[in-house]
Write a protein that binds this ligand. Structure first.
Ligand SMILES: Nc1ncnc2c1ncn2[C@@H]1O[C@H](COP(=O)(O)OP(=O)(O)OP(=O)(O)O)[C@@H](O)[C@H]1O
Length: 827
């Protein structure tokens, strides 16, 4: 029935004493507090409390809170309103204070003041109660009549207001849905009433009296409105007059001078714009264009669509930072510390960035190549860009070109088009307000269609012309950093203008460090939690990495940590009940525990059980060894723009005519690898005793080769060795070792050629807990990039021939019947 009747307020309430307003039940008000006791209440109750109950406070009106803590508390107004604090905003200007947004729930009476310091707390008796209304309804005819009259008056009042205003329409609907008993409070807080009148309504505990107090206020408001409407009707042509003036003003050459403040706004506006144009310190060419446009604008009637276009253009022009730049404050030593503080690992990248910055410091006019960071998503490319901006003391802007394959997105649309806009670069400059920010451009691959690449050419940057501006803008001060996931999609002409820095994926250990140094503290802060409230042990982080994410970077790891923080934040908001998992052994203790709130200083520790509770069952289970229980399966290593991955190759044979079927969305190069592999095995079948009695192992058999994850397109020559191993296993009936992965291109003669992406591939093998990795001999030098700890965990086999590959891939080797002639690679 009543909205506030169901509320049960605590029997002890902290009191907020104020002289600046009266909170009535059912209304919301903003109140600023700055006295000692009130500030204490906010600090130690509202900001520290974690339960819903702690956000309920007693609002005592008409009582001035003493300025100082030591001053005596004056006698309290006996009736107050229990209020729910929905928002607290703190500020130090002009002096420390908090602004509270508080919603009134119900009246209470102070029965006993329990303490005065640091803020008053009192025993209270709740006044507005459900029974009171229901009983009143049945018993009292007069009350019924009063409430009806009040309702009618309220309807009349709302009827006089403009229903097209959404708030009025909402109030009209509310009138019917709210219980009638609450109307005096709600309306008294909405209409024009003094604090004294509101206080009288508040003090009217008896419902009948409350109606009697509020009704005259309502009637007064209605009468006031009636009077206002009458005076408006007396001067009906007022509006028209205003209209006439406005219309007249747009005719060129005619000036109106009005005594009142309704001056000719448009004339004023253009004059203002002119002033701004002159103050914008633009280069000669741009200034000339602006002045010409201004001249046109002055002559143009405002109703012309072009008026708005020209105005927008001019406003854009004056807002651009033509000659506004921030001063660089580069200190290489500080930069090193900052880069190290912001990012763990990525030593090579950091070293190159520092070199770049050092050269800039020595020669500020440096027109070096644009840096381009290439690596899987979430490895910190953009975030290094942000750190560079910080070290230089520059603004940072990120242009994400995801999905953008249109040059107008970068260069803007010509102004002749409706809805034309400047491109992303100019827009970015307008946002940052200086002409020398650090800009990162994500996903460079998409600029394939840019016919002219001036943006990325340092030599041509000084005269970048956006189609919308149509005058050159000097971008030579902007420090561009490009980022991309793969180099494959960047046009060679673009690549040629950039210095590419590879950012490989992270090892599990690196991820754990990054999580504990950066991601967890960052997420805790984002969710308003402290390390005293939530702790994630290293083992849990390892579990999150291996069981819930499979990525080269750390983005989804960060998301998972965020999910944990959210779950814990909910627990704290609910009052921090003991957060335990429901393992069967603990189940019986649950009832005893459930009522006890853990002491607030106890952190929530995320153990494996809690982890499973929050993130659900593990998403990735290592299934490597399970899948290698039959002959004809081998593990390869693939490189994708998302980092390295392990890849299974499966083969099966059936009766047929020696045909090879390939499935799994393979590209041409990969299909050719498969054919090469078959040919090599056929030609060496005798050597390895794969003949099965006949001369050709494929006689009377069809072979099917499949690369699982069939929906993903795969290509490249690096699966060659894996296909050979897989087929050798199928034809020999022997199992491939379940802890070995391999990569390498093959030739028809059985040589193993080098491939790319070794670091990412090796990291993928390490992530998958494999022990042995077979890589081409000529890739041995790439191992330098791999962290020593990962190198120590793995057993590397460097193969230059397929014979070596097979020997390493099978337990006990893969002996040839006759000794295999050693072929030396001259490639
Ligand atoms: N080495 C690191 N140390 C600390 N934090 C890191 C590190 N690497 C990545 N991060 C964090 O990972 C998150 C994602 O990084 P970022 O957005 O820079 O990725 P990105 O490489 O630009 O990805 P994309 O290619 O998808 O744009 C950021 O919050 C970043 O701070």
């Amino acid at each position: 029935m009543s909205s506030n009747s169901g509320i049960q307020i605590p029997s002890r309430l902290p009191l907020l004493c104020t002289h600046d307003g009266v909170l009535l039940p059912g209304s919301t008000m903003r109140i600023s507090v700055d006295t000692a006791r009130n500030m204490q209440l906010v600090k130690s109750r509202l900001l520290k409390g974690t339960s819903l109950q702690s956000t309920i406070i007693g609002f005592i009106p008409n009582t001035r809170d003493p300025e100082h803590d030591s001053d005596e508390l004056p006698s309290l107004h006996s009736i107050g309103t229990a209020g729910l604090v929905v928002q607290v905003v703190g500020s130090n200007w002009p002096k420390p204070h908090y602004t509270l947004l508080i919603t009134g729930l119900c009246r209470f009476r102070v029965t006993q003041l329990l303490r005065e310091k640091p803020f008053p707390v009192a025993k209270v008796e709740q006044l507005d109660k459900l029974e009171q209304y229901t009983e009143g309804d049945q018993a009292d005819g007069e009350l019924e009549e009063l409430s009806q009259r009040f309702y009618q008056a309220a309807v009349q009042l709302v009827g006089m207001l403009d229903m097209s205003v959404p708030v009025v329409a909402k109030l009209r609907r509310l009138l019917d849905s709210l219980p009638k008993e609450t109307l005096p409070d709600v309306l008294a807080s909405m209409i024009r009433t003094s604090n004294k009148e509101k206080l009288q309504v508040l003090d009217a505990v008896d419902l009948e009296e409350r109606f009697k107090k509020a009704l005259p206020l309502l009637t007064r408001q209605i009468e006031g409105l009636k009077l206002l409407q009458k005076t408006r009707k007396l001067r009906p042509d007022d509006d028209k007059r205003v209209l006439a003036i406005r219309k007249g003003g747009v005719f060129p050459g005619r000036q109106f001078s009005l005594d009142e403040d309704g001056e000719d706004e448009d004339g004023d506006d253009t004059a203002m714009l002119e002033k701004k144009v002159k103050a914008a310190a633009m280069p000669e060419a741009a200034l000339r264009v602006c002045l010409k446009e201004l001249k046109r604008l002055k002559k143009m009637p405002q109703s012309m669509p072009e008026y708005a276009l020209t105005r927008n253009y001019l406003e854009m022009m004056v807002e651009l930072p033509w000659s506004k730049s921030s001063t660089d404050c580069l200190d290489i030593r500080a930069a090193r510390v900052l880069l190290d503080n912001d990012h763990y690992a990525m030593e090579k990248l950091k070293r190159r960035v520092l070199e770049y910055l050092a050269v800039r410091q020595l020669k500020s006019t440096l027109k070096g190549p644009i840096l381009c960071f290439v690596g899987p998503p979430g490895v910190g490319k953009t975030s290094v860009g942000r750190s560079i901006a910080r070290t230089l003391g520059r603004e940072f802007h990120r242009i994400a070109l995801g999905g953008v394959c249109d040059q107008s997105d970068i260069r803007g649309h010509r102004r002749t088009y409706v809805g034309s806009m400047p491109g992303r670069i100019i827009n970015g400059l307008k946002t940052v307000g200086v002409n020398n920010p650090v800009m990162t451009k994500t996903n460079m691959g998409c600029i394939v269609v840019l016919p002219r690449l001036t943006v990325l050419d340092p030599e041509q940057n000084h005269s970048f012309t956006d189609h919308y501006l149509n005058v050159p803008f000097d971008l030579s001060q902007v420090l561009f950093i490009a980022t991309a996931n793969t180099m494959a999609t960047i046009p060679p002409a673009l690549l040629d203008r950039m210095e590419v820095l590879q950012v490989p994926g992270y090892t599990q250990e690196e991820k754990v460090e990054i999580a504990h140094r950066h991601l967890i503290p960052h997420q805790l802060e984002q969710h308003g939690l402290t390390p005293q409230q939530l702790q994630i042990p290293q083992d849990t982080t390892k579990d999150i990495i291996s069981k819930y994410t499979r990525e080269a970077g750390v983005r989804s790891l960060e998301r998972k940590i965020g999910a944990i923080c959210r779950a814990v934040a909910v627990k704290f908001a609910e009052g921090h009940k003991v957060f335990r998992a429901e393992s069967p052994t603990e189940q019986h203790n649950k009832e005893e525990d459930s009522g006890i709130a853990a002491p607030p200083e106890m952190p929530i520790v995320i153990d494996p059980i809690a982890l499973k509770d929050i993130l659900g069952p593990p998403v990735f289970e290592m299934e490597v060894s399970e899948r290698l229980t039959l002959p004809g399966v081998a593990i390869g290593l693939a490189w994708t723009p998302m980092g390295g991955e392990i890849m299974f190759v499966e083969a099966s044979r059936m009766e047929g005519e020696g045909q090879l079927t390939l499935t799994g969305q393979l590209g041409d190069v990969m299909k050719e690898s498969a054919h090469l592999a078959i040919s090599w095995l056929r030609s060496n079948a005798k050597t390895y005793l794969l003949t099965n009695g006949s001369a050709d192992p494929l006689e009377g058999t069809d072979i099917h080769l499949h690369f699982p994850a069939g929906a993903v397109t795969k290509d490249g020559p690096s699966a060659g060795v894996t296909i050979v191993t897989c087929l050798a296993s199928l034809l020999s009936g022997r199992l491939v070792r379940s802890d070995v992965a391999m990569t390498g291109e093959i030739t028809l003669r059985g040589l193993v050629l080098p491939v790319g992406g070794i670091k990412d591939k090796v990291l993928a093998a390490h992530r998958a807990n494999l022990k042995r990795v077979i890589i081409p001999k000529r890739n041995e030098k790439d191992l330098e990039e791999i962290p020593p700890r990962v190198r120590a965990d793995l057993d590397f086999v460097f193969a230059s021939t397929l014979d070596e590959v097979l020997n390493a891939a099978f337990d006990g080797g893969f002996p040839a019947a006759v000794s295999h002639p050693q072929v030396v690679s001259k490639l």
